[in-house]
Design a protein around this ligand. Structure first.
Ligand code: GLU
Length: 286
């Protein structure tokens, strides 16, 4: 049975790019036939950046666009709670399994340290994070692995299997191939400020909420490869993937990176017609 999700991060207002991806998520759920479910999950993990008023605004904007979900923070459902800020136990459980399996380690280097020490894997790729230097990776069984995140005061990282190829077939982008240790290095699982990292939270939630297909922006293709490694480590079956092409402005720049990215709020205030917008998305994405 198809189960999809909309996973907004409430750090600001939704823009046209989000709207298009979320519209596509709903279209794919509808095309899957009766019984398909769509879940709204608030990715409000980072207390320093997320705000409840943005969460409320995101849901309002999505309703304006004509989106409806079967489960979510406002309507409840069998896999509640639907806000990541309330799901710490789910993430701790996944973290514990990764720790006990020797898949992760605590590291005291900051992001800035890594930035200074490493080269981006592909300089032309702005999504690429620098590769965590292998010489900083501790050998197994250093003892610190017994700590829990809040006590470790460290960033927990996933020890990527160097050279392992991660392949998946994306419903929209075709076959994808990434090599661990080359296209990405040891990545964050839990932050030293005691916030679970995106990669861990999203895998733990998609598994717990029985999501069968993940629809999101193509900027997350590399993250998908990381997430597949987490699925493998935990012995879970990954969902299917559909990464929407990114919305670019006239100059070819990613819309999300523009300060004045067209917000749905602004479009609404200027009298935009949500039905016409949806028709435009349908045309662009078909
Ligand atoms: N919360 C992420 C975002 O708003 C999406 C993550 C995902 O769909 O996996 O960009």
């Amino acid at each position: 049975m198809y189960r999809g999700r909309l996973a907004p991060t409430p750090t600001g207002r939704l823009h046209l790019g989000h709207a298009r991806t979320f519209w596509l998520a709903q279209a794919r759920a509808r095309a899957a036939g009766p019984g398909a479910k769509l879940v709204l999950r608030l990715e409000d993990l980072d207390p320093a950046r997320c705000r409840p008023e943005f969460a409320a605004a995101a849901m309002e904007d999505l309703h304006w666009l004509g989106l409806q979900w079967d489960e979510g923070p406002d309507v409840g459902g069998p896999f509640a709670p639907y806000a990541q800020s309330q799901r710490r136990e789910v993430y701790l459980d996944a973290w514990r399994r990764l720790r006990d399996g020797g898949f992760i380690y605590p590291c005291t280097r900051s992001r800035a340290d890594v930035q200074r020490a490493a080269q981006a894997p592909h300089a032309e790729d702005e999504e690429a994070e620098p590769i965590y230097p292998l010489e900083w990776r501790p050998s197994r069984g250093t003892g610190r692995e017994i700590l829990v995140p809040s006590a470790a005061k460290a960033n927990w990282r996933f020890r990527v299997p160097d050279g392992e190829v991660v392949e998946f077939c994306d419903a929209l982008q075709g076959p994808q191939r990434f090599t661990a240790g080359k296209d990405f290095g040891d990545f964050l699982i839990w932050r030293r400020d005691d916030v679970p990292a995106y990669e861990l939270a999203v895998v733990a939630d998609d598994q717990a909420m029985q999501i069968s297909e993940v629809v999101r922006g193509a900027d997350l293709l590399r993250s998908t490869a990381r997430q597949i490694l987490i699925y493998r480590a935990l012995g879970w079956e990954p969902p299917a993937w559909a990464h929407a092409p990114l919305l670019l402005d006239e100059s070819g720049k990613r819309l999300a990176k523009r300060h004045d990215a067209l917000s749905l709020a602004a479009l609404r205030a200027n009298g935009a017609d949500p039905v016409a917008l949806a028709a435009q998305f349908a045309k662009e994405l078909n």
